[in-house]
Ligand binder design. Structure first.
Ligand SMILES: Nc1ncnc2c1ncn2[C@@H]1O[C@H](COP(=O)(O)OP(=O)(O)OP(=O)(O)O)[C@@H](O)[C@H]1O
Length: 290
């Protein structure tokens, strides 16, 4: 049985920006492994991640994270020592080399012994595949390499909780595969929350998935349970089905439809994306939708 001190629990958490409610009464439990956080633009994903990363404080609600209460100064401080955060735009110092920057992060994470800190910098740069490029200035690295520097910074000190905001954005397919592998590895024995717009990321590496829409929690469960929401509600046809909640042309020229299938329709196996789109009631169609 998983130790409750590895768990993260939110109860009725709400966050407002002025009159705008970015998170509304969100209750959620995260355990070890990688949980994917899906939601359309403006759903509140970054707000949720910032709250978990102790970068912002909720207006109402309670949190218990790795056995700490981040709403108290001592709980927050203890939690920060066990937490790694990769923000959406980490804003890395371009004139530092990758190694210098990670060494600096080690100082911020209170690794005071110089040799231990350098060993830790070597370890995390190796983990993200940047050993050969560690002496290059960050401004000379590609976008994918910079993402890896950000991830290396997040894992300095071997944190038990990792909060990753769209880590696979802007990566080419090969880099994305490598990143997924890395995150899956990091999820072994750790609690990882990963926000993404890619249902493929969820299928490839998440054991659980959470869906937010307009600040409200719409779903939490396994990726297969999300796909199963669309069971019997996905069908393919030669023409777009007029009654479908969402329909798009596929690569083979037929249309994939989601909604209440007509009586004569032949339904097909649903994917996570189908379940997700159905959950959002077809309000958001996938990229490339006709
Ligand atoms: N600092 C802020 N001040 C005012 N409103 C904000 C602020 N930050 C976010 N919001 C609003 O809160 C809502 C949630 O934003 P958030 O960035 O958490 O969404 P998101 O799901 O991460 O979106 P995206 O997928 O586009 O990154 C949005 O409507 C956004 O405009």
């Amino acid at each position: 049985m998983e130790s409750t001190t590895s768990q993260v629990t939110l109860a009725d958490v709400s966050v407002r920006y002025g009159h705008h409610i970015a998170l509304k009464d969100v209750s959620l439990t995260l355990g070890q492994g990688v949980t994917g956080l899906l939601g359309p633009n403006g759903a509140g994903k970054t707000t949720l991640l910032r709250t978990l990363a102790t970068a912002s404080t909720p207006d109402t609600g309670t949190l218990s994270m790795l056995g700490h209460d981040p709403l108290t100064p001592t709980g927050r401080q203890a939690l920060r020592r066990r937490l790694g955060y990769l923000p959406q735009n980490p804003g890395l110092p371009s004139h530092f080399t990758a190694f210098e920057f990670i060494d600096y992060v080690g100082i911020l994470k209170e690794i005071s012994d110089r040799e231990s800190r350098r060993a830790e910098a070597r370890r995390v740069l190796e983990a993200v595949g940047l050993t050969a490029d560690r002496s290059k200035r960050i401004r000379k690295l590609s976008g994918g390499m910079r993402q890896r520097v950000g991830l290396a910074a997040a894992i300095v000190g071997n944190p038990e909780l990792l909060v990753l905001d769209e880590p696979t954005v802007g990566l080419d397919p090969e880099q994305r595969l490598r990143f997924r592998e890395l995150i899956a590895e990091l999820g072994e024995g750790r609690t990882v929350l990963l926000s993404t717009h890619q249902t493929e990321d969820v299928a490839a590496l998440c054991h659980k998935v959470v869906v937010l829409d307009q600040g409200t929690l719409k779903f939490q469960g396994t990726p297969s349970e999300l796909a199963l929401l669309a069971h019997g509600r996905v069908w393919s046809s030669r023409e777009r089905s007029p009654g479908a909640l969402a329909a798009w042309r596929t690569g083979v020229g037929t249309f994939r439809n989601i909604g209440v299938a007509p009586a004569d329709a032949v339904t097909v196996e649903p994917t996570i994306e189908d379940g997700y789109l159905l959950l959002l009631e077809g309000a958001h169609t996938p990229t490339g939708a006709a």
